[in-house]
Write a protein that binds this ligand. Structure first.
Ligand SMILES: *[C@@H]1O[C@H](CO)[C@@H](O)[C@H](O)[C@H]1NC(C)=O
Ligand SMILES: *[C@H]1O[C@H](CO)[C@@H](O)[C@H](O)[C@H]1NC(C)=O
Length: 353
């Protein structure tokens, strides 16, 4: 009898404890979607929504922006590292589902999300201290925004890069209009229109990443970065270079678009999307045919918008591009609020990956 009472009491106590732990977890949950740590003199940002492939939402952006500002001014912070939690993703994009639902409801969330994200992109683009993005996994849309404008982007064999926005009624924003036309030849336009996915070493080969380091070396790289004493950008570059030299994985594997580079430059040199489609049809090669099929699945409005964005962006500063894209995004949301063609696929993102 006594035994039963004791065990029940114990059970009750452990149940209470469990509840307390759960309660504690609940209370720390708000704000845990992005973690900020000081490790030595490094500010470390961890995007922490692994189940949502670390997709950015407004709460995260609102936390990251002031923290970056603070670290930029703080004499005890010498560099910033940004990474994603979990095995799969750095950041698979913005929380498009939330945005598109809010857009339909005429909510100000869409406006807020885009505005904050543009401000954040600009902050990263002009950051004074070394900024290192460890893009060890899926990196799309907003995840590109958090990395590509920063000084250092480290890809691994797990990196999967794409700007899939033309498939969801949007356009490759977050400064896509700036960095895409600056890739070699017509590659940026090709990536923007088709949403073509680049993997691993190729992400560095095209210049989206500045370095390639094997994934199993990232933990050690991060430790060495944190241990640097008041590093300059060239100190960080030196360390990253040395890690890159030790990473021989896939070094022999040719660039996935090696054979198609000339074709891309030729077929995508055109005055309009229609002309590109014409070029592809006339060409008739297997590669061209495949691109025709891909483009046929994209939002026609998005394709035209993206074409013009990339064209104009080539001549603009990052700031000018971000302002242009903010205006475009607002126009897109108004368009998406009225059910129209360009909203066709928006609910499949980012969970489509
Ligand atoms: C962002 O995601 C976190 C974690 O999933 C959630 O708690 C928070 O409410 C989200 N914020 C917005 C604005 O959706
Ligand atoms: C920030 O930059 C990324 C990549 O260039 C882009 O995908 C994202 O949409 C940008 N955000 C805004 C609001 O411009």
């Amino acid at each position: 009898m006594l035994l039963i009472i004791v065990t029940s009491a114990l059970r009750l106590r452990s149940a209470c404890r469990l509840q307390r732990i759960q309660g504690h977890m609940m209370s720390t949950k708000a704000g845990s979607e992005v973690l900020f740590e000081k490790v030595g003199n490094a500010g470390v940002i961890t995007l922490n929504r692994p189940k949502a492939l670390n997709a950015l939402n407004l709460t995260m952006i609102k936390h990251i922006y002031p923290q970056l500002k603070k670290w930029d001014k703080d004499s005890e912070t010498d560099l910033v590292i940004i990474k994603g939690a979990g095995e799969k993703a750095f950041c698979a994009g913005g929380d498009i589902r939330a945005v598109s639902e809010a857009g339909k409801a005429g909510d100000s969330l869409t406006q807020d999300l885009f505005r904050e994200e543009y401000i954040l992109n600009n902050t990263i683009g002009t950051y004074q201290k070394p900024y290192v993005a460890l893009i060890d996994g899926i990196t799309m849309g907003g995840g590109v925004g958090l990395s590509v404008h920063g000084r250092f982007r480290v890809a691994t064999e797990k990196t999967l890069f794409a700007m899939p926005e033309t498939g969801i009624g949007l356009f490759p924003d977050v400064g896509g209009g700036y960095f895409l036309p600056r890739l070699q030849g017509k590659l940026g336009l090709f990536l923007a229109l088709t949403g073509f996915r680049l993997k691993g070493r190729d992400v560095q080969r095209v210049g989206v990443a500045t370095h390639f380091v094997q994934s199993d070396k990232i933990v050690s790289l991060e430790k060495d970065l944190v241990d640097l004493k008041t590093p300059s950008n060239s100190d960080v570059a030196q360390l990253l270079d040395s890690y890159q030299e030790q990473s021989s994985l896939d070094a022999e594997k040719p660039f996935v678009l090696q054979e198609q580079t000339d074709a891309i430059d030729r077929l995508f040199s055109a005055g309009s999307v229609e002309e590109i489609m014409e070029n592809l049809k006339k060409d008739g090669s297997a590669f061209a045919l495949k691109q025709t099929e891909t483009l046929a699945k994209m939002s026609p409005t998005s394709l035209k918008l993206t074409f013009r964005q990339i064209q104009e962006g080539a001549r603009m500063s990052l700031q000018e591009v971000l302002v242009m894209e903010y205006r475009l995004s607002q126009a897109c949301m108004v368009c998406n609020a009225i059910p129209c063609k360009c909203n066709a696929l928006s609910f499949h993102y980012p969970n489509q990956i």
